[in-house]
Write a protein that binds this ligand. Sequence first.
Ligand SMILES: [Zn+2]
Length: 487
Amino acid sequence: MTYRTRHVMAVTSAAPVAAPVALLLSVVIGLSGCATNPVTGRRELSLISEAQEIQMGREASAADLKRVGEVPQTEVQAMVRRLGSAMAAKSERPNLPWEFHVLDDAAVNAFAYPGGFIFVTRGLLTNLNSESELAEVIGHEIGHVTAKHSVVAMSQQQLAQIGLVGASIFSSTVAKYGDLIGGGASLLFLKFGRDDELQADALGFRYSLAQGFDVREAPKVFETLGRLSGSGGRVPEWQSTHPDPGNRAVRAEARAAELAPGALIGTKVNRDSYLRLLDGMVFGENPRHGYFEGTRFLHPDLRFQFDFPTGWKFANQPEAVVGVSADNSAQLQLLPASGTPAQALQTFLQQQGITVRQSGQTTVNGLTAAAATFDATTQQGALQGRALTVAHNGQTYMLLGLMVANAPAARAAEVDATLRSFRALTDATALNKQPARVQLVTLDQAMTGAQFVQRYPSTVSAEAVYIANGIEAATSLPKGMILKRIR
Ligand SMILES: [Zn+2]
């Protein structure tokens, strides 16, 4: 859970996908047929009017801002807003209510909601090295909006999903688990095809050039994304739905090479000014928002801990901490809830498809709690469930365990043990855990990448430092160059 306390209070439901389902329903009612694509000029299927497109984007955007929040650096937000707004103003859809936000999220990601709501993450920004690189990314996302990729994708998926609209919130929660573990949570139902991605790259290149950026920097973005995916970093959008970064780098190089002679004279990179804005930003996962130690999840800001079963896969996502057993027969999640433990449990159990077997008030490690076992009928089949709601430090949480009908008995015991392991975090070292931050270094002499990491040690791997700086061990770095170390 990456939200801070102020966000927790705003989350009112234990089922974070309720909004998109309702949104789909409201959109389906107002079918608007075919529309002309502003980029291609082609007529294509669109069930969504521009007003609806904006409304969907605005709601999804507000939900992300509430759940994840923006980085505290207002000057970074301002730079992204200024850059994005200038690019959007020269695009095919200048009159959309464009918004540009920097999410306080370690995942390396950028995404666009329909209607012109563009997000880049802290994880992305701290791995880029110039405004020119950032312009390529923001231009790419603007391209998804101007070419109406999301609108077309939503129209097609709506047709496929209309049958699902009547399903309970509960079954949507279950369906979404796979995405949570895979890391694509913020994209929900938006999946672009390869052609869309390549078109967005080409549009990003064009918008970036129109702002006077040196587009020869663009391939570096794809190289960095490729290296991050290869090193096991979280690159949700780019990893799962985007074409191979290597090919995209080659295409970006070819595009720059095809420009008329002289087209790049006087273009800007804005490397140093960009890097200076990153000084002091959190790098990687912020342990203040929760971290794992073995199978234990600890949350210093919210002051709690609990243990996942041994052998499970787990992840800390913006809206929940989630885990899946190795055999995929059971899942666990920790969510914020509202009201007293008894009220929160009641709200959850009243959902369609749930049959309560047993429920009552209890305590867990001295904390006020309520617990239930239940059966659930979902589109994915019958499930057995365990829910525990618990109050701690002014907030109510729900730990939810779900098992398929034929799950081994051991799974139920594991889920129960996890539910009973929730307790106050009191360990001083854990409570004081601090994130790593970007610290800029101006080289006082020329050196190689390898010499840089040796002379200015970081608290992350040498490879992570190379990637974040867009360099390799053998790269020659001139005197006066600004580089990032991570402390
Ligand atoms: Zn894309």
